[in-house]
Design a protein around this ligand. Sequence first.
Ligand code: ADP
Length: 347
Amino acid sequence: MGRAFRMQPVTLAVVLVATVFVIDLCLPLGVASAVPYTFAVLLALRAKSGWVGPTVAVLCGVLTFVKMGIVPERGNTEMWKVIANRCLALFAIGMTTLLGLLRRRAEAQVRQHESDLARMSRLAVAGELATVLAHELNQPLAAVCLQADMAALLATESTSAGLRAALGEVAEQSHRAAEIVRSIRRTVRRTDTERGPVDLNEAVRVVARLLEWRARRTGVSVELNLAPEPLPPTYGDRVQLEQVLFNLLQNAIEAVETVHGPRVIVMETAPVGVWLTAHVRDSGPGLADPERVFEQFYTTKPEGMGLGLAISRSIVTAHGGVLTAVARPEGGAEFTCILPIYREEKG
Ligand code: ADP
């Protein structure tokens, strides 16, 4: 089923090329009947493999001129007009291919961005899990290490050699376990961050674009109400801040999908004194306890992990900002992210 669907654009394009070629052959040379090849190129450009579009374009270009060698009949049209017609068709095929390829490249960049965010997100979740584990296991492990050390010290000559060896082993292994927990924590925390000025409007636009298809699929409309440009930047890791907005928008989409009635989300940015604010308002079911949603592992979703908002809050806090949530009196939830404006020091 999936395979047949993937084959479709290529098959259709080939059928269309053949059809246009046959029709083109049936008409006199003077008729500009090669232009419909552009539709075949457009179809071929939708194929998964990047080489299909250009290959079909080259084939169409060749067939456009092959016809001149097969059909001598040119009606009342002069030869130079016939050649001009063919060249125009070639130009149209070329331009369609170029625009299609540029579009494919832009789409690939968006997909790349999306997978970068997803990767960052997974790393953040792994980091958070490791921190929680390290925190929870640290104390019992420390106690085990201490007791094992003490037991090994207290083991006297009268204690059997086998028991002494076993106690030594317990002490060694518990120290090892504690070191493993510490090193996992260090490893996942070591995410290289690139910090610099971040345009909040641009971050909102990027995230809205990334989730556009997701929202559209379920009839959710995402409205952007952005502060007038130029907006002063905030300072920090662009990908991490995008990840926060991505979480907020994704949660908002999932929330409005659960209700009947208007499915509207508004993302708004504004400068307020020395701060920048980003609001995400939705028309979903709202929040019974706004503070709980930031707790680790709090989730109401069957597949949820309950870490997205906890991570988002720690990212915003690390950027010198604040992330809050309220239940809107008119229904739905509103998340507000406040970040400091970055002013470059002069001199
Ligand atoms: P997850 O999405 O994995 O559940 P999050 O930390 O992102 O984890 O969210 C925690 C919980 O907060 C969600 O399960 C949901 O119950 C609640 N929540 C988050 N955003 C919204 C929202 N916009 N409207 C209603 N509830 C929300």
